[in-house]
Structure formats: C-alpha cells, structure tokens
Write a protein that binds this ligand. Structure first.
Ligand code: IMP
Ligand code: MG
Length: 338
C-alpha cells in the first residue's frame, strides 16, 4: 500500500519532517520523491539538520530504498552532493525519465524577469525545464547521464511489483495546494500540480493502492514569493519571532518568508482535493508554551483551541480526516501521534 504526504498550504509546511518521522517509525520499503529542487525539505535528527532538494526525507531509515520518479527534476551535481552528504549511494533508484536541469535552463530562468520578479521563482531552472519538456525540446534525462548509470531502474515496474508483493511505499509530495498550477492561486504558482493524484502519476503509481493521504498544515501560512496571503503579518517584532524561532527563512531561496493567518478556505480545498485521511500539524510550538510537549493533555488552551477549530472544519469537508500527527519542535523526535 501507498501513503502520501502533501502540503496543505503554500509549501514549507514541514512535509520533510513528517515524511522523515513516518518513514523512521514505519516500515516502508520505498520512499519516493517527485518534483523539483526548488522545494527544500528539512529534516532534523539528534540536532543535525539536513536540507534536501531531492533525496527523499525517509533516508534516515537505513532499510528504506529511495526513489526519484519520472516527475522528479534535479541537477547532477546537486543530487550527487546530496547522495554523499546523506550516505545513500547504495539505495538510491532513479527513473530513466527523471529530468536533469541544465545550467542553460537555470540561467534562462534566473535571467527572466517573468519568472524571477513576477512569479517569485526560486531560480533553480525547474520552470524552464518543465517548459522545455512540454515543448518536446531536446532535454537531458537521467538515463543520458553516465554518472547516474548505477542508479537507473524502471521505477513504475519496481514499485508496482513491490505493491503486488505486499510492499509499503511512502510518496513524499512537494510544495502545497496554494502553489498548484491547477488548483492554486494562478499565476503565483509553481510549474506543476501539487496534489496527491499528480504525485502518484509522477511516480508511475495508480490510485488503487493508496491507504492514507497525510496533508500537512502549520497553524499559520508562509509564502516566500508574491501572491495572496490572508491577514498578512506586518509587525516587525512579531515577524522576527517567526523568522528566528520558527526558522521561517526559505530553505533553498534563503528569502525571509511572509507570514499570514491560517486560511480555512485553502485548508478545506487541500483536504478535499487531496482526499486527505490524516491531518499532520507542524509548528504547534509557535503557540507559546508548547515546545516539545509530550502529551495532548499538556497543550496550552490556545493550541487546543486551534486543533478544535481544525477538527470542526474537517468534520465539514469530505473525507473528514482526523488530526493524526502533531509536531512540537524541529527535531524528528518532537512528534506526537494521536
Ligand atoms: P517556482 O516553482 O520556482 O517557479 O516558484 C513559483 C512560486 O512558488 C514562487 O512564489 C516560489 O517562491 C514558490 N515556491 C516554489 N517552490 C516552493 C517551495 O518548495 N516552498 C515554498 N515556496 C515555493
Ligand atoms: Mg521547503
């Protein structure tokens, strides 16, 4: 069976942390990542922090094989650096049709005011690579790169055979619903859809074997680029707390993230469109007094009120997911399962 992790807001909800936790505690045979290197997933274990542009956050479990699907985009150097940094050379598998972003594509994106100023692109070249792929230009796939030869396997075949034999797969999505090319706040969106069904398609998986869809939310929303944000915070003192304690600085872009209030409408859409069965909340410790809380009973009234409101909202949206995982601090171990 397959579990999927999706972003319920504008990216940076903590999908990396939740995927790392699920995969460390669970028994997934494969952890699969799709999407591009504009999305940095951060994992902290025993005080050591890893920001990953491509390697799936499940890498901390040595028994889990790591997979990049055909819908993954990377650059050879970034990927190999990450492989070395995480020590995962012996268990990485790459689809032949994952795309390698060229330096020309990165330069084209960085030099285009349309991408960089109007949309606020991260500047990795992902958008340009997607555009070239859609235009059926001569792009470079993973299968064309001699340095990646040892990693190449037929990913759809491998994963579907595993499912047939009772295997468990964690599919780690990227970004969030507000950034979806289909369901987000066009034009302030990324170059692809960012919902569960698309993640499946990008990995070469179908919908029948899905067990749970986790959608990750913070009690507030951040955005690194332009685009709508309800009740955007402007008080500098307050913002600074988010940027320091909350680490709300772009993990790839290094830009200070804008902060807005929790948005009920986009949360409902995220639950509905992803077919969410389990809600994961991160950054609950941004409510004062909830750092590393170990039991639900010990949350402050403010944190509990937020969770109660979210339960009410969820009760009204199909498929009525439960709040299932709550993160109370950056480290993987600072996590509560209800
Ligand atoms: P692009 O995908 O790099 O073209 O960026 C399009 C918009 O999505 C910009 O506002 C980016 O800041 C935002 N964006 C893209 N990827 C991420 C992410 O992983 N986290 C947060 N924002 C992102
Ligand atoms: Mg991120």
């Amino acid at each position: 069976m397959i579990d999927i992790v999706c972003g319920g807001q504008a990216g940076d909800e903590g999908k990396g942390k939740i995927s790392a936790y699920l995969s460390y505690k669970g028994s997934y045979d494969y952890c699969v990542r799709v999407g591009g290197p504009n999305a940095g997933h951060t994992v902290v274990k025993d005080g050591k922090s890893y920001t990953l542009k491509n390697i799936p956050s499940g890498f901390l479990n040595p028994k889990t094989k790591l997979v990049l699907g055909a819908g993954a985009y990377t650059k050879t150097k970034w990927l190999l650096d990450e492989v070395n940094f995480t020590g995962t050379r012996d268990r990485l598998i790459i689809d032949p049709y994952a795309v390698l972003i060229s330096d020309e594509q990165t330069a084209a994106e960085k030099n285009a005011a349309h991408f960089m100023q109007h949309i606020g692109s991260v500047g990795t070249g992902l958008g340009q690579a997607v555009r070239d792929r859609i235009e059926r230009r001569d792009i470079k796939f993973a299968k064309d790169e001699p340095l990646l030869k040892d990693f190449i396997q037929d990913v759809p075949e491998l994963l579907n055979k595993s499912l047939d034999n009772g295997g468990h797969i964690l599919l780690e999505g990227t970004q969030g619903i507000k950034l979806s090319l289909m369901h987000g706040e066009y034009p302030f969106v990324t170059s692809r859809d960012t919902t569960a069904s698309t993640f499946l398609g990008e990995a070469g998986l179908g919908p029948k074997s899905v067990r749970d869809v986790y959608v990750v939310f913070k009690p507030y929303i951040t955005r690194v680029g332009p685009g709508p944000l309800e009740h955007e915070m402007t008080d500098e003192k307050e913002l600074e707390i988010y940027h320091t304690k909350g680490h709300e600085i772009g993990s790839v872009s290094k830009r200070l993230r804008r902060i807005g209030a929790f948005e009920k409408r986009s949360a409902s859409r995220a639950i509905m469109i992803n077919n969410c069965t389990k809600i994961a909340i991160t950054h609950i410790d941004m409510f004062v007094g909830n750092d590393r809380v170990k039991r639900y009973e010990d949350f402050t009234p403010e944190a509990k009120a937020f969770l109660d409101d979210l339960r009410k909202l969820s009760a009204e949206v199909y498929p009525h997911p439960e709040i299932s995982v709550i993160s109370t601090g950056p480290d993987m171990e600072d996590t509560l399962v209800l």
